[in-house]
Design a binder for this molecule. Structure first.
Ligand SMILES: C[S@@+](CC[C@H](N)C(=O)[O-])C[C@H]1O[C@@H](n2cnc3c(N)ncnc32)[C@H](O)[C@@H]1O
Length: 243
């Protein structure tokens, strides 16, 4: 492949996989540059749609996932950390109450990503001292960086529950972690219904292990004992260390 096309090629592959649009994966085999550009533009439109979808939910207040405070299991985990120099990523963080909590506890290397600008703006208003260059309006799957700790909450369950996308998530988490870095978070252990409109999308412990155990040492993945009431018995707490 001609070198100047490679970034475009990578972009198309990644976005195609993220959005789980199987047909779009085929664009990488298109022979002509013109077709590639057309698909690139189509994919940009799809990216815009993804952002619009989430923005609209924030603008309409359809944010049932938003706890309004740090999630209890994650706050408990944070309280056990000892090194305030850890470089921490919270992807698809929404209102990012955990980032706010970390920052209030002296963690300065906290990075927040969300594809929608609305929760980031709210976060900025609530936390004017939080470094603005650590608030990233970006697609997680396109993000580059290296972290000691990544915190997951209600991101995994928010995108269409296809095997390829879930595998890509695990791979991307692995790529973003430093050696021995940890992915820590909560994963819903509720049945998949087949309804592709109804979030959160769940899964089973066995399914989750199939994505993470090839890439991570599973320190724990157990039913959470201290979930907020609305999620009691519905989530697994996991600590995965990068292999
Ligand atoms: C269900 S909400 C969860 C928000 C937050 N984790 C929480 O627990 O409050 C899903 C979030 O993921 C964001 N999002 C979805 N796809 C994303 C992507 N590819 N990259 C970055 N953020 C994304 C949405 O904008 C939304 O804020």
């Amino acid at each position: 492949m001609i070198s100047y096309l490679e970034p475009l090629h990578r972009f198309i592959v990644k976005v195609g996989e993220v959005l789980s649009l199987h047909t779009l994966r085929e664009v990488i085999t298109y022979p002509s540059f013109g077709d590639r550009i057309t698909d690139y533009l189509n994919l940009q439109n799809l990216m815009d749609s993804l952002q619009s979808y989430w923005s609209q939910r924030y603008n309409e207040g359809r944010t049932g996932w938003d706890l309004g405070e740090p999630s209890r299991p994650l706050q408990n985990y944070i309280d056990q950390l000892e090194d305030s120099q850890l470089k921490i990523l919270i992807p698809a963080a929404g209102n990012a109450y955990e980032a706010e909590y970390l920052f209030s506890q002296g963690y300065t290397q906290v990075y927040v990503i969300d594809i929608a600008p609305e929760p980031l703006a709210d976060f900025r208003n609530r936390n004017p001292d939080f470094p603005s260059d650590q608030l990233l309006e970006e697609d997680f799957f396109m993000h580059q960086g290296q972290y000691d700790l990544i915190i997951e909450q209600t991101f995994f369950c928010s995108f269409p529950p296809e095997k390829a996308t879930r595998q890509l998530y695990a791979k991307k988490m692995h790529e973003l972690l430093a050696p021995k870095g940890k992915l820590v978070g909560l994963w819903f252990v509720i049945p998949l219904t087949g309804d592709m409109e109804k979030r959160p999308f769940g899964g089973t412990k066995e399914e989750y292990l199939s994505y993470f155990s090839p890439l991570f040492c599973i320190k724990t993945l157990e039913r959470c004992y201290n979930s907020v009431e609305s999620r009691a018995e519905q989530e697994l707490f996991g600590i995965f260390e990068r292999k």
